[in-house]
Design a protein around this ligand. Structure first.
Ligand SMILES: [Zn+2]
Length: 136
């Protein structure tokens, strides 16, 4: 059997979505779901979103291989373990905090500031909104 070539790492792109943002999933099995970004992984272009792409693992209660310090068998509790898997940033859209619609992101600079200290902020691309999304 031929070994599969490792896929090339993706070009790291500056993510337009940050930790704490609300996003809506636009493709995949969780399409239409909204959640808060728990973690942004710009190196792989992925995001961990609360309640999205959750894998549940069922584990059985079992006895640990090593007993307790006082010789009692130690039990490892079973149950459901929920794991949040990261999903690709292209599968989600940022939800504007002002018009609460999934939107594309634009950038603008604050006016009236010295050029060196100008800070970019994100704006809603929705024609009826256009508000600063970094100010809630
Ligand atoms: Zn908006």
């Amino acid at each position: 059997m031929k070994r599969k070539k490792p896929s090339l790492p993706e070009e790291p792109v500056k993510l337009r979505i940050h930790k704490g943002d609300t996003v809506e999933v636009i493709s995949g099995k969780d399409k239409g779901k909204r959640g808060v970004v728990l973690k942004a992984l710009p190196k792989t272009n992925r995001l961990e979103v609360e309640g999205v792409n959750v894998a549940i693992r069922h584990t059985k209660q079992r006895t640990a291989r090593l007993p307790d310090s006082d010789g009692q068998p130690r039990m490892i509790p079973g149950g459901r373990i929920e794991m949040n898997n990261a999903l690709h940033a292209s599968k989600v859209m940022l939800v504007c905090p002002h018009c609460s619609k999934p939107t594309r992101v634009g950038y603008a600079f604050r006016e009236g500031e010295e050029k060196a200290s100008r800070r970019k902020y994100r704006v809603c691309k929705h024609p009826e909104c256009g508000k600063n999304m970094d100010q809630k």
